[in-house]
Unconditional design. Structure first.
Length: 666
């Protein structure tokens, strides 16, 4: 089975909107923080937010852990990175800048473990940033001597914050690590699994219980009593007249009737069941306008149509295949929709079953087993012969007995014969209906059990395949690597070094209607991203746009746009009544550059979730906070922003080295 593509999980029907069915992994508590969570748990979740790219939320939680008295070398290391991650020095608030100035008092390092070494290297990098006389070789040597965990986190989170001579050196290390990690840990085989919901247990529509009307039972019992009594009376008449051959003929007729009835029941069951399946499987054009009225059945029908159109037997045209399987598709749709009707309309959770049923149908066609039921339900010649010869025996014996009974009893015999015929017909027909109902139910039950076993095996295989689904932290690391690789493409195209870039910023937004998923409390992740890079240089703004195929880690052909600082008129995030949020950058010539950060359909908080918090985490992870700081400054101050921003940074650096009296860190 191939990994499902975007279209597989975004088929919508009628009034539903394609692409809005987001997956929230409700069974994952990756970012869950209880109100009474201990300090250690708050720190652990804070680290996860930092790994997920939401440094703002990470800093809040790590601060809470420190306030509760949980202060270790590991806590200090992550707190420092959360403070500076994805930000420039100029973005720090006065309080945050004061906290950096007061690190000697606020950070308590004990011992010489790997986390303490990491804190020391981070502090030396902060001290060396912007200093022209810093010994970069010593710093790089100390950084290289750190353990991989600490070194990797420093390279990932401090790249934006550092400036001066360190910039080019750090960028080379950052880029090398990004290239090494971009496709690591089986990314291409695992990313698509993040967009698959936790599958629900397989369900199979149970056969309806046997329902025989009471009138049928009355006719069967009454007819049996009357026919047996009448037959006994005929036997008595024959015995009184010494008609031994006629009595033997009567026994022959009764035996023939039993054999014919048994064989006829089997014949009728087989032919009727095969005819019913033939009618259900009858090929025909896809029924596009005769869908069931409920939303669930519509979505199930669309999913079956999609997967049957995807899994086409070799050598067959797609439309021909859909026509041939129209009846089977309708039957499977009804079965699945009925089985999951009480689950709402979350087709994504049992989409695996629809895909499996469609794939199995293709395999049955290619193996030539799809029509096996016709051979299995064909009536054996022996059964046909038993029915025919049993009927002949019954007819022969019945005619002989009837003639002798009339001669022996006259009108009384005629009356008994009439009762046998009428009552026997009523009883036989009624018992036939009762027996057929039980036979069909038994066959339906056997078919259901077979389907249940097949579905359970498919469920086990699917669960096993999703076993190595990546967590949100891995998704964030891969996305960060993509971002850095794309930045390097832009630098090479414009023939720039990192030190030539005054500042750079990113926007990560959903591309079109790409599939999306998240864990509770975490940011939305997408199968396709619209990435925007803004490079601020001495000559103006260089914008580099590309669409990222996230599972593959590849980019579409990039688009470029260059403009002067003075051309930027406004930068904002427009929030609509639907809670959609759109990034807008307006240029002097009237051109607008937009990216939808939060769509109107994305407000789907789970229980105990705050939709606003989910939006903020998504925006933070998408780089919006840093991007707004940079571009709003450009819109307000034009090219003078570069000088003013550097001046603000120098002032804060000077305040850090020589803090004013009476201004300790909060």
């Amino acid at each position: 089975m191939t990994p499902p593509q975007d279209a597989a999980t975004n088929v919508a029907a009628d009034s539903s909107q394609v692409g809005v069915q987001g997956i929230v992994h409700g069974d994952v508590h990756y970012y869950a923080v209880a109100p009474d969570a201990p300090a250690e748990k708050r720190f652990e979740i804070g680290v996860r937010f930092l790994e997920g790219g939401a440094a703002g939320r990470a800093l809040e939680l790590i601060d809470e852990a420190r306030a509760l008295g949980y202060v270790t070398n590991k806590v200090c290391f992550h707190w420092l990175l959360a403070l500076v991650s994805g930000r420039t020095r100029q973005e720090l608030s006065a309080r945050e800048a004061a906290r950096l100035r007061d690190l000697d008092r606020s950070l308590t390092i004990t011992g010489d473990d790997s986390w303490a070494d990491g804190v020391r290297v981070v502090r030396r990098l902060l001290d060396a940033a912007g200093k022209t006389d810093a010994d970069i070789r010593v710093l790089m040597k100390e950084l290289d001597e750190l353990r991989p965990a600490q070194r990797g986190m420093i390279l990932r989170h401090m790249e934006v914050f550092l400036d001066g001579p360190l910039k080019d050196q750090m960028w080379r290390l950052v880029l090398q690590r990004a290239c090494d990690d971009q496709l690591s840990h089986g990314r291409k085989d695992r990313v698509w699994k993040f967009f698959q919901p936790e599958p629900v247990l397989p369900r199979v529509r149970q056969p309806a219980p046997v329902a025989v009307p009471g009138a049928t039972w009355v006719r069967a019992v009454a007819g049996t009593i009357v026919s047996v009594a009448a037959t006994g009376h005929i036997g008595l008449l024959l015995a009184q007249n010494g008609q031994v051959p006629a009595l033997l003929a009567c026994v022959l007729g009764v035996a023939g009737a039993c054999v014919a009835g048994r064989a006829g029941l089997e014949w009728r069951f087989r032919s009727g069941r095969r005819r019913a399946i033939d009618e259900a499987y009858a090929p025909g054009p896809p029924r596009r306008t005769s869908l069931p009225p409920d939303r669930l059945a519509k979505r199930v029908d669309h999913q079956f149509t999609y997967y049957l159109g995807k899994y086409v037997p070799y050598g067959m045209d797609r439309e021909t295949w859909l026509t041939w399987t129209a009846g089977i598709r309708r039957r499977m749709r009804d079965e699945v929709a009925d089985a999951y009707r009480d689950t709402g309309d979350k087709v994504e959770e049992f989409n695996w079953l629809i895909r499996h049923r469609a794939g199995r149908l293709k395999c049955q066609w290619e193996r030539g087993t799809l029509w096996n039921y016709r051979r299995e339900l064909a009536t054996p010649p022996r059964t046909m012969a038993a029915a025919v010869f049993g009927t002949l025996a019954f007819a022969t014996g019945g005619v002989w007995v009837a003639g002798e009974a009339v001669r022996a009893g006259g009108l009384v015999g005629i009356r008994s014969i009439a009762l046998v015929v009428v009552a026997g017909w009523v009883a036989g027909r009624s018992w036939m209906l009762i027996a057929l109902a039980h036979r069909h139910h038994a066959a339906d039950q056997a078919e259901t059990e077979k389907l249940e076993k097949d579905s359970e095996e498919a469920f086990a295989r699917w669960k096993d395949r999703l076993r190595d689904k990546p967590d949100d932290g891995e998704m964030a690391i891969w996305l960060d690597c993509d971002r850095k690789v794309l930045l390097e493409q832009a630098l090479r195209h414009y023939q720039l070094k990192m030190s030539d870039v005054v500042a750079h910023a990113f926007i990560e937004a959903r591309s079109g209607s790409a599939t999306r998923a998240r864990v509770p409390g975490g940011p939305w992740r997408y199968r396709r991203y619209q990435l925007m890079i803004f490079l601020l240089t001495a000559d103006g703004v260089r914008q580099w746009n590309a669409v990222l195929d996230f599972p593959e880690g590849t980019f579409d052909e990039p688009q470029r746009l260059n403009y002067r600082y003075e051309a930027v008129t406004t930068v904002r995030v427009r929030q609509e009544k639907s809670k959609a949020r759109t990034f807008e950058l307006s240029l002097m010539d009237g051109q607008k550059i937009t990216a939808q950060m939060i769509g109107p359909e994305m407000e789907e908080p789970q229980q105990s979730e705050d939709s606003e918090a989910v939006s903020e985490v998504t925006l933070d992870a998408a780089g919006l906070r840093h991007t707004l700081h940079v571009l709003e400054g450009v819109a307000a101050e034009g090219k003078a922003w570069m000088t003013l921003d550097r001046h603000r940074g120098d002032t804060r650096r000077e305040n850090r080295d020589h803090p004013p009296d009476g201004q300790p860190a909060p």
